[in-house]
Structures are given as structure tokens and as C-alpha cells.
Design a binder for this molecule. Structure first.
Ligand code: DER
Length: 216
């Protein structure tokens, strides 16, 4: 079945988990967006009362449009979190961040007791890095220091993510740049190694997290 049908299947699956009075963390990307629509429909049909914590402006605007009640991590923790991914390897390690929201996605994931990743089969890989680069969010002032530090990690390519509808680089919700990096081989320590570079806010590498993968 097509990728879009697979996304609908996992979106419907995750929406079934919603219960009254829950606070739910909402990941970003097209699969999470589909799930959000099914969640909003279930909330309306069953007259549930839930709160949601978004991970990007896109999802925040979608939650508002769908009439869902927003809250923040300052007020409470999510009962559970769901999100998409760009790649899932055989050990459930992820590459995320095609949508550029990986800092808040990682923060929500770490703040939640239970985490679900909803993916169509095209996301499954043997080794991370087969199809997607690793996005790294960088404080603008640190961009050159971070570039020099990454070069030592045996990279293949490293590109500053440029905007298409605005001159200059993409600016994240946190006001930062994104470097998209292709590594020769992604080692098990890379998420930590990258995070240790001063000026790095977060990367799209999610290694050794306690997550449940939902497939069609
Ligand atoms: O940016 C992200 O991390 C998204 O979750 C992304 O990885 C998945 O987006 P998709 O559901 O549109 O493929």
C-alpha cells in the first residue's frame, strides 16, 4: 500500500490511545500532522477534554486551528508523546529533524513517560544515514566553531540549511541555524559527541531512547 495510506494507518492507530484528561506531546512532520487530525476528531466525537504541547509553530497553529487546548512544559508534563521520524534502524535508533523541530521534539520526548514513533515502512533502514543527513541545530554565533569541530568527525558533506521563501539560512523556532551533515559512518556515541560541541543545541540523532515504534 502507498506511503500515504501507511501514514493514515499509523495516524489512526496512535489516535486510539487518547483518553480523557490526558496531556499529550505532539511531534512535527506530515505523519504527526495526520495523527493530530484524527486525535482532534476523536476528541470532538467523544467529547474528551485533553491538553496538547506542540513541538513547532506548524503544529501549534494546527492545534489552535483544530480547537485543541494548548499547554506548555512550564505548566505540566505530557502523559505520552508521539512523533514521526526520517529513519529508524534495527535497534530503534532514529534520525529526525527533516522538519527542523528536533530540539523541542527531543525535549518533549525526554519529558514524557511514554514515547511512540509513528512511521511508514519507507523509514526503516539497516544503518542510520542511508537516506537522510543528520540535522544539527546551532547557535548562529557558534557556526564556524561547530563546523570546524564536526570536520574532525569524518564527515562526507556539511551544508547550512538555506530557506527557499526568504533569503539566507533557515531560522528555527529557537532562532538558530541548522547544519545538515552526512557522516561516513554514524557511531553509537555520535549523539553525545555532537551535543558536547559548544554551540550545538540539539541534533536529529536519537540513539538508545526508550521508544515504541508504530508501523502500519
Ligand atoms: O522533522 C521531524 O523529525 C519529523 O518527525 C520527520 O522526521 C518526519 O516527517 P514525516 O512524517 O513528514 O516524514
Amino acid at each position: 500500500i502507498s506511503n500515504i495510506d501507511q501514514k493514515e494507518i499509523v495516524a489512526k492507530k496512535i489516535s486510539k490511545l487518547v483518553q480523557d484528561s490526558q496531556t499529550i506531546g505532539i511531534g512535527s512532520g506530515s505523519t504527526a500532522f495526520l495523527a493530530l487530525k484524527h486525535i482532534a476528531q476523536k476528541v470532538k466525537e467523544e467529547q474528551l477534554t485533553i491538553k496538547v504541547i506542540p513541538t513547532s509553530y506548524e503544529i501549534e497553529l494546527a492545534c489552535t486551528y483544530l480547537g485543541l487546548t494548548l499547554t506548555t512544559l512550564q505548566q505540566e508534563r505530557p502523559d505520552w508523546y508521539f512523533d514521526g521520524a526520517d529513519e529508524v534502524d534495527v535497534d530503534n535508533n532514529l534520525i529526525k529533524g527533516r522538519g527542523g523541530a528536533m530540539f523541542r521534539e527531543k525535549l518533549l520526548l525526554m519529558s514524557s513517560n511514554k514515547n511512540y514513533i509513528i512511521v511508514d515502512k519507507s523509514k526503516m533502514v539497516t544503518h542510520l544515514g542511508e537516506k537522510f543527513k543528520v540535522p544539527i541545530e546551532v547557535i548562529p554565533e557558534a557556526i564556524n566553531y561547530v563546523r570546524h569541530s564536526l570536520v574532525k568527525m569524518d564527515i562526507v558533506t556539511m551544508d547550512l540549511r538555506m530557506a527557499t521563501k526568504k533569503d539566507g539560512p533557515v531560522i528555527t523556532e529557537n532562532g538558530n541555524f541548522i547544519l545538515d551533515v552526512k557522516f561516513k559512518k554514524i557511531e553509537r556515541t555520535f549523539e553525545k559527541d555532537i551535543k558536547n560541541i559548544v554551540g550545538v543545541i540539539a541534533s536529529g540523532l536519537f540513539q538508545n531512547y526508550d521508544i515504541s515504534i508504530i508501523t502500519p
